[in-house]
Design a protein around this ligand. Structure first.
Ligand code: GAL
Length: 396
């Protein structure tokens, strides 16, 4: 009797300890996700609903063969339209015509290439393309994703009448944690309820604007917008980003064909200076040398992935010319000299604009020319092409 009396409490103590350790381990794993902005590829910008098992496998292969994986692109995410219905038990059903081997086999294929696998759903009753949403099925879907081997979930905000963003995203965030597999959680409510104020701790990234378009300055009546408008909407958001939680100015359009090479370089440079997630959105199976050279510029990507995790900001604005700056680890700074005008223009950055004392000697490197420009003492001036940037690394 005596023995039993001692054994019972010790078993329950061990069980409680084990459970709390498990929760702590799960928590720590979640906290360790996306310490630098996530990098990968997403199907939407180029392929919209035209997704399939073949496309995803070929893209996985291309991520490896093009050097994109070596440059840091890791998550391969299928956006809207992979799902068609729910079965009698409420389980989400993938489109069997387009994904005949099923999602588990596809995730296994992606993992076999050393990559990670992502899916898309929606907090409402239906996705934006009218496929089943996750409302009321959060736990079931999260468990299903975990069982398939999903590593990244983009969660949209269509068909959500009467729902509250903070509550709905928290619900799915908890469901993902409870499902036990670390899954990067990408919040996509288009910046409509200032997610930067409530989303840290709920998700790892949150969209800050409507949908990006493959254009410099167009805007659509339904909210889609060109690169320059998106950049302008990021100016006040730098205080809210940091390791594990990032502002997301939407996926990349680099290589989709409707902007000039200079404009794509500007687009990519800004996303890196803004510590934005880098989700390529072009056809990786057919990239021009210019597109590949932009997307895989390791020195520019290093600015995005800098471990300090600070988002860059505008430090000077003279109408068509601007200067943006991002503090980097090791007391260095990344700088963008930007010309939004239509004729070439000289643009300068001063050490003072970067918070450095004038007279301090700093080494300056041009990250697109891949050239050391030498030591400078209190400013540097370069001529910048129309819609273009000069991107520098300044190291005192
Ligand atoms: C939008 C979202 C896009 C894409 C699309 C799919 O709401 O912003 O990035 O996911 O839905 O229908």
């Amino acid at each position: 009797m005596k023995k039993r009396f001692f054994i019972r409490p010790s078993i329950s103590i061990i069980a409680v300890l084990a459970l709390s350790l498990e929760f702590r381990a799960a928590d720590l794993t979640f906290e360790n996700l996306a310490r630098t902005p996530p990098m990968g590829w997403n199907s939407w910008n180029k392929f919209a609903c035209n997704v399939s098992e073949d496309l995803i496998k070929e893209t996985a292969d291309a991520l490896v063969s093009t050097g994109m994986k070596d440059a840091g692109y890791e998550y391969l995410v299928i956006d809207d339209c992979w799902q068609v219905s729910r079965d009698a038990e409420g389980n989400i059903v993938a489109d069997a015509k387009r994904f005949p081997s099923g999602m588990k086999a596809l995730a296994d294929y992606v993992h076999s290439k050393g990559l990670k696998f992502g899916l898309y759903s929606d907090a409402g009753t239906a996705t934006c393309q009218k496929r089943p949403g996750s409302k009321g099925f959060e736990e079931k879907d999260a468990r299903q994703y975990a069982a398939w081997g999903v590593d990244y979930l983009k969660y949209d905000w269509c068909n959500t009448d009467g729902q509250n963003t903070h509550e709905a995203y928290t619900k799915m965030s908890r469901a993902l944690r409870a499902a036990g597999r670390p899954i990067v959680f990408s919040i996509c409510e288009w910046g409509s309820t200032q997610p930067w104020l409530w989303a840290p701790g709920v998700g790892n990234l949150w969209r800050t604007t409507g949908d990006i378009q493959d254009c410099w300055d167009c805007s659509q009546p339904w909210g889609g917008m060109g690169v320059i408008h998106i950049i302008d909407l990021q100016t006040e958001l730098h205080p809210y980003a940091g390791p594990g939680h990032w502002n997301d100015p939407d996926m990349l359009e680099v290589g989709n064909g409707k902007m000039t090479t200079a404009e794509y370089r500007t687009h990519f440079s800004f996303w890196c200076l803004l510590a934005a997630p880098l989700m390529a959105g072009n056809d990786l199976r057919n990239m021009t040398p210019e597109t590949k050279e932009i997307l895989t510029n390791k020195e520019v990507i290093a600015v995005d992935q800098d471990p300090l995790g600070m988002q860059g900001r505008k430090v000077f604005d003279a109408g068509p010319t601007e200067v943006w700056m991002k503090p980097l680890s090791g007391a260095a700074h990344a700088v963008i000299l930007f010309n939004r005008g239509n004729v070439p223009a000289p643009v300068s950055v001063t050490w003072e604009q970067m918070g450095m004392a004038p007279g301090v000697e700093a080494q300056v490197r041009d990250l697109w020319a891949k050239k050391d420009l030498g030591p400078f003492k209190d400013r540097i001036t370069r001529t910048v092409e129309p819609h273009g940037v000069v991107m520098l690394r300044v190291q005192p």
